[in-house]
Design a binder for this molecule. Structure first.
Ligand SMILES: [Zn+2]
Length: 324
C-alpha cells in the first residue's frame, strides 16, 4: 500500500458542536441531540492506491469463469476483504452454459447495519475467454475490481450506521457465445434472484455497477436502461466533484451486471466507459491483448471513485429513496 492514502471524514448534520465555543454556554443535551452522521470523504479515495489494487489483482492471472484462475481470483478477493476486517463470503454455484456446466463464485462483502436498507456496489471480476494467452483484462475487469477493493478499504473506516453496503464481485459476466439466459451475467443474475427470493429486494435503495472505468480518456456513458433517479443522482455527484463533462447519458441500452437488478425492479445504474481504444470511437483495446495496465489512468480511477463515494453519501442521506 502506498503512503499516499489519507483518511478524511466529513461530518454531516450537526458537525462538531461545541468544538470552538468559549464554553460559557450550557453543554448540549446529549440525550436529545441527534447524533452527527460521519461519512467517507470523496477526497479520501486516491487513484494511485487504486492502480496498486489493480496491479496486485492482475498478478492473479487470467480468470475466465469456470477455470482454476477464476477460483484463485475469488480466493484473492475474499482474502483482501477479510484482511480489511469486512465480513465476506464466497457464494459458489453451478450453471449450465453453452460451454458446458460451470462453477461460478460471487464474492460478497458487507459493512454497515443489516436488516434495513441495502446499497449494492458491484463489479465483475472474470475475464472474457478465448482472447489469447497474454490477455490481462486490465480495464475489463481489473479496473472496476481494483476500484471496488479500494472503495471497500475507504468505506470500511466509516461504515454507515443505518444501511448495509454490499460489495459484490460478480463472476461470469462475460458470455461464451452471445448473451442469453444461460450465457453471461451469471453472477449478477444469481445475486438479484437471491435478493428477490429472500424478500430483501424491496429494501435495495440502489445497485451501482462499475465496469471499464480506468481509461485515460474518461467518457462515462450511462446506458439508457438505468433507473432515471440514479442517473440524475450520478450526474449531480459528478457535478459536485467537478467532472460533470466526463459523464453523459446514452440513448442505447447496455447488457451489463445492472440488468438483472433493473429487470427485477431494483433501482440500478451502470457506470461504464465503453469507448476504450487508441483513438476515440475505435475501441481497439476492448477484448484484446492490448487491454494492459499501462493503458489505465490513476486520475480516471480516482474521479470515478470519488463520484461513487459522493453518490453513495447522497443516497444514504436521501430518506425517501429513488423512484423505481
Ligand atoms: Zn468484457
Amino acid at each position: 500500500m502506498t503512503g499516499l492514502r489519507y483518511w478524511q471524514v466529513v461530518a454531516v448534520g450537526l458537525g462538531l458542536p461545541g468544538l470552538f465555543c468559549s464554553c460559557r454556554q450550557s453543554p448540549p443535551d446529549i440525550a436529545t441531540s441527534p447524533p452527527s452522521i460521519v461519512r467517507a470523504a470523496p477526497a479520501s479515495l486516491n487513484g494511485l492506491a487504486v492502480i496498486e489494487q489493480v496491479r496486485r489483482f492482475l498478478e492473479v492471472g487470467p480468470r475466465d469463469a469456470g477455470t482454476p484462475g477464476a477460483g484463485r481470483a475469488a480466493g484473492y478477493l475474499l482474502g483482501e476483504l477479510q484482511r480489511l476486517g469486512i465480513r465476506a463470503e464466497i457464494d459458489e454455484f453451478k450453471e449450465v452454459t453453452p460451454a458446458g456446466r460451470k462453477v461460478f463464485r460471487n464474492v460478497i462483502g458487507r459493512i454497515g447495519r443489516s436488516g434495513g436498507k441495502i446499497i449494492v456496489l458491484g463489479s465483475h471480476y472474470d475475464t472474457k475467454s478465448g482472447i489469447g494467452a497474454k490477455f490481462q483484462g486490465a480495464n475489463d475487469s481489473g479496473s472496476s475490481t481494483g476500484l471496488l477493493l479500494e472503495l471497500a478499504a475507504v468505506l470500511k473506516t466509516v461504515p454507515p450506521q443505518e444501511t448495509e453496503i454490499m460489495f459484490a464481485f460478480f463472476d461470469g459476466e462475460e458470455c461464451n457465445v452471445s448473451y442469453s439466459r444461460n450465457d453471461g451475467l451469471h453472477g449478477s443474475r444469481r445475486l438479484a434472484q437471491m435478493l428477490v427470493e429472500s424478500g430483501a429486494s424491496g429494501n435495495v435503495a440502489g445497485v451501482i455497477v462499475l465496469d471499464m472505468v480506468g481509461d485515460r480518456d474518461l467518457t462515462i456513458c450511462i446506458p439508457h436502461n438505468s433507473t432515471p433517479g440514479l442517473c440524475s443522482a450520478v450526474f449531480a455527484a459528478a457535478h459536485e466533484e467537478g467532472v460533470r463533462s466526463k459523464f453523459s447519458q446514452s440513448r442505447s441500452e447496455v447488457l451489463d451486471d445492472h440488468v438483472p437488478f433493473f429487470n427485477a425492479g431494483m433501482p440500478a445504474l451502470d457506470i461504464i466507459d465503453f469507448s476504450y481504444g487508441s483513438a476515440p470511437e475505435l475501441n481497439d483495446y476492448w477484448h484484446t491483448e492490448a487491454d494492459t495496465i499501462d493503458k489505465l489512468s490513476a486520475k480516471s480511477l480516482e474521479e470515478v471513485g470519488r463520484v461513487t463515494i459522493r453518490l453513495l453519501n447522497n443516497l444514504l442521506e436521501n430518506k425517501k429513496g429513488v423512484a423505481r
